[in-house]
Design a protein around this ligand. Structure first.
Ligand code: CUA
Length: 346
């Protein structure tokens, strides 16, 4: 009976360890792309290194404290017939020791912490690529003054060149968060905040608004596409060439012309710009110059398929309640024409 209980216990322990291994194995950045634990940019690495340092100290403290505790449990275990142990109340020496040691540990941790604060708040190098970030309820606007380009929700950055984000908000307080590349920074309507990073590995890095900003705060995502410098330059050149001519040439669908008319007739044009170069500032809705090529629509809410785009055009309030885009009474056929028109913009 005793043997069976012991066997069952060992089995449970082994099963629990196997499960834990599986869970930990699943914690890679491919499953959780919004992890801060696998940095792909210099800024994010500074924060991750600081976390590693702190965790090492915490682990050391844990092992020492638990070690002493376990030792004391066995060494001073009471046996039957032992007399009442000596009772103590207060010990100045011990109290000083357990106050001074944590104070020293905190002082030691403060050194890399303060260093990291200064490093991450340093002014980036002169040759950094400036990108203006504007938070809107509920999407992100990205402007590249160097190339006179504007886009929305998908930021392209070159590898190996520091990007300097100059950030603000068009309405309420938001927080721009790029977990694998940089960190979080609140953005305000009347004050500029800054953050910089240099992407170290190619990839598509999702991030999202990290400050409650209204009913659709949870659906205010963005993507940062880190590209090889030559690919980034090709993207810039492509964006600078975008326009109605290119879109019309790319449109193979007869619905394109119908969609073009509807874009004006339904009032879409009042809130959305379709030009990337010299784009007007202060537009209510996201710039759509390359909307056909984006991976997501509605700030990361839906995959950019024709079906989703048509659904979104017909019923934005059903998909993202409270969004500034109203239901415009677009019919199914009109939505298809608008999709054909927008899809050509890529
Ligand atoms: Cu914007 Cu939360």
């Amino acid at each position: 009976m005793l043997l069976r209980t012991a066997a069952l216990r060992s089995f449970r322990l082994v099963a629990a360890l196997c499960l834990l291994t599986l869970v930990l194995a699943g914690c890679g950045s491919e499953h959780y792309p919004q992890t801060t634990l696998s940095p792909r940019g210099d800024f994010a690495r500074i924060a991750d290194d600081l976390l590693d340092t702190t965790v090492k100290w915490a682990f050391l403290v844990f092992v020492l404290v638990e070690g002493v505790l376990v030792y004391a449990i066995f060494r001073f275990r009471g046996k039957p017939g032992d007399p009442e142990p000596h009772q103590t109340h207060g010990n100045t020496t011990v109290e000083i020791i357990w106050t001074v040691i944590p104070a020293l540990i905190l002082a030691v941790i403060a050194v890399p912490t303060v260093k990291a604060i200064f490093l991450t708040n340093a002014v980036p190098a002169k040759d950094a690529l400036t990108i203006e970030v504007v938070g809107h309820q509920w999407w992100w606007e990205f402007r590249y003054p160097e190339y006179n380009l504007t886009t929305a929700n998908e930021m392209h950055v070159p590898l190996g060149r520091t990007v300097s984000l100059r950030m603000g908000s068009s309405d309420v307080l938001h927080s721009f968060w790029a977990p694998q590349l940089a960190a979080k920074r609140d953005v305000f309507a009347n004050r500029e905040t800054r953050m910089w990073f240099k992407a170290e590995a190619e990839g598509e890095y999702p991030g999202q608004c990290a400050e409650f900003c209204g009913i659709q705060h949870g659906r205010m995502s963005h993507r940062i596409k880190a590209q090889k410098p030559e690919e980034f330059q090709a993207w810039v050149a492509h964006m600078q060439a975008l326009g109605p001519k290119l879109a019309a040439a790319a449109a193979s669908s007869p619905q394109y012309a119908e969609g073009e008319k509807l874009f004006t007739a339904k009032g879409c044009i009042a809130c959305h710009s379709l030009v990337a170069v010299n784009a007007p500032k202060g537009m209510v809705g996201p710039n759509l110059a390359n909307v056909g090529a984006r991976s997501h629509i509605a700030a990361g809410t839906l995959k950019n398929t024709d079906q989703n785009l048509a659904h979104w055009i017909r019923d934005p309030q059903g998909i993202k309640k409270g969004v500034l885009m109203p239901n415009l009474g677009v019919t199914e056929a009109e939505a298809q024409a608008l999709v054909a028109y927008l899809r050509a913009h890529q």
